[in-house]
Design a protein around this ligand. Sequence first.
Ligand code: 3HC
Length: 292
Amino acid sequence: MEISKVGVLGCGLMGSGIAQVAATAGFDVTVFELEQKFLDKGFAGMEKSLTKLAEKGSLAEAPGAIRARLKGTTSPQDLASCDIVIEAIIENVAEKRKIYASLDTIVKREAIFASNTSSISITELMTATRRPDRFIGLHFFNPVPLMKLVEVVRTVATAEPVYEAAYAFAQKLGKVPVRTSDKTGFIVNRLLVPYLLDAIRAYEEGVGSIEDIDNAMKLGCGYPMGPFSLLDFVGLETTYYITQVMYDEFKQSRFASPPLLKRLVMAGWYGRKTGKGFYDYSDPSHPKPNRL
Ligand code: 3HC
């Protein structure tokens, strides 16, 4: 099961990161987006990231050679000959099922379909296609060019050679794959989400300030970011969505969103991307905790 041509659906933060690491690892990559402006934005992000990595000497080739393997398209037909198609579009079941169903008739039968979803059931997505045996989860972490982990997710229907090919593919990307199965949240979010929600509850209960809770976990546990910085980094709307899916799946209070998270999302304070979340990013290099 040879993988040489990679398709990526979506050129947002995750899609462009996946495309970048695949091209860096030597694969020919075609990234699909609905509109050219989304491709332009994603490609500009890749350019910045590749330049930074080249400056640090972490690339085996010049950025130009890597860019030459990357192609953007707004035509789904351009994905027809891909060996694997990795979807990283908006976290919406209906949208994901729609794009998989339409690509199922376009992309060659032998190709593997993968989803980068962080919480939606892979099984639910796979039933939009007629290739359940060739459907897996490949969950990457933000920022994709730096984070080493990929969760490789099997369903009850995944064929063993497909799973092993996907696992080996993740290794070829220079990542460290872990094996997991289709239970909402997989390994990382199963453990990370209750921790992040507990940090919000601790703040709501007056255990400490936003800054002190962040510093406590950073300096006391050696985490690269405290929980509030990480929440703002991941995106509060993304975390809120994940809590809803996880709570719906497990019906356990540890996955339920604290009121403050919901309020911030309703207010449109999504974190770094909107300039406001638990911190204010008016001066991005010196975020200030908001009074909440
Ligand atoms: N490409 C290339 N370089 C990048 C980059 C990218 N995409 N993003 C950051 N960098 C570089 C920065 O430019 C900086 O370079 P410099 O040393 O030359 O200044 C270097 O990486 C370090 O960045 P920063 O100085 O901004 O900050 P940090 O030292 O804190 O590192 C971090 C940034 C790697 C993001 C680190 O803070 C970290 O590991 N944070 C935790 C991230 C995390 O937990 N991610 C997972 C989120 S959960 C998830 O994704 C799952 C989903 O389902 C929710």
